[in-house]
Design a protein around this ligand. Structure first.
Ligand SMILES: Nc1ncnc2c1ncn2[C@@H]1O[C@H](COP(=O)(O)OP(=O)(O)OP(=O)(O)O)[C@@H](O)[C@H]1O
Ligand SMILES: [Mg+2]
Length: 252
């Protein structure tokens, strides 16, 4: 598990996250939800140690992440951020290959090539593997970054709004892949989602952030309710089911 204890983070004196205490369970999909500006991306950045924090502690399976090196962390967690830098003249296969860097330091082995091909295939990129990153669509580029993280083959996968640019087929394929990584390979996933229907359909656990604090967290079926979700988004959210599957309605 990832355990966040008494975490506080400010920017130029403005508190962004206050006294966060939360546990992200291993072997589960955890949906990180909450309104714009709640602090979801900031929390992911802090967990992946891309920015130092003022106070608190983050451990992964008892290991203090602040005391680990970047190469050691790269073997434990892969992260796909909300803003994807576009390294222009790089081919998709080479980008996905960067996911294997922590293992091979730029000298890919046949096993690395196998992992790269597998990730390309899982994210429907085989036909695009020789294309340059700046010559594909937004959703295709997004899938390439997710495939790179997948090829990194870490115990933890942290994804910030990975569905943003994906059509409904590729969004469902991604969630299926994540479910398989968790159920078959014992991996752990933390995923920032805005579409609550993806959260209730695929996640096991939920962490809801609001104004830099934890609003609620726990097993999704216990804590995600009409009342908790409506209060979180200050919007009427109706929780029900559609053709026997859980469904939330909030569009109008
Ligand atoms: N570089 C920065 N300087 C000042 N404030 C910042 C900076 N980056 C983020 N913030 C503020 O920190 C807060 C949390 O931002 P964060 O990006 O974590 O939100 P979020 O929950 O991911 O939102 P979204 O759903 O819009 O992606 C926001 O109020 C934001 O304006
Ligand atoms: Mg964000």
């Amino acid at each position: 598990m990832i355990k966040v204890s008494e975490l506080t983070y400010s920017i130029a004196g403005t508190p962004i996250l206050h006294d966060i205490n939360v546990t992200l369970p291993a072997g589960r999909i955890t949906a990180l939800i909450g309104p714009n500006g709640a602090g979801k991306s900031t929390l992911l950045h802090l967990i992946s140690q891309q920015i130092p924090f003022d106070r608190g502690r983050i451990t992964m399976g008892g290991l203090d992440l602040a005391k680990t090196t970047a190469p050691a962390r790269a073997l434990k967690m892969a992260v796909v951020g909300q803003q994807l830098g576009v390294a222009s003249r790089i081919r998709i296969r080479d980008l996905v290959g960067f996911g294997r860097w922590p293992y091979n330091h730029g000298r890919p082995t046949p096993k690395d090539q196998e992992k790269i091909s597998e990730a390309l295939s899982h994210f429907d990129l085989i036909g695009l593997q020789d294309r340059f990153l700046d010559e594909v669509s937004g959703g295709q580029r997004q899938r390439a970054f997710i495939a790179m993280a997948s090829a990194q083959d870490t115990d933890w996968l942290l994804l910030d709004e990975p569905l943003n640019n994906l059509d409904l087929h590729h969004a469902r394929c991604l969630m299926t892949q994540l479910r398989e990584k968790v159920d078959r390979e014992g991996k752990s996933v933390v995923i920032v989602l805005h579409d609550l229907n993806y959260a209730i359909s695929w996640a096991d656990h939920v962490v809801a952030l609001d104004k830099g604090s934890i609003a609620f967290e726990g097993p999704l079926t216990e804590v995600a309710t009409t009342d908790s979700l409506s209060a979180l988004y200050r919007t009427p959210v109706v929780f029900g089911d559609l053709a026997g599957k859980p469904f939330v309605q909030y569009h109008r």
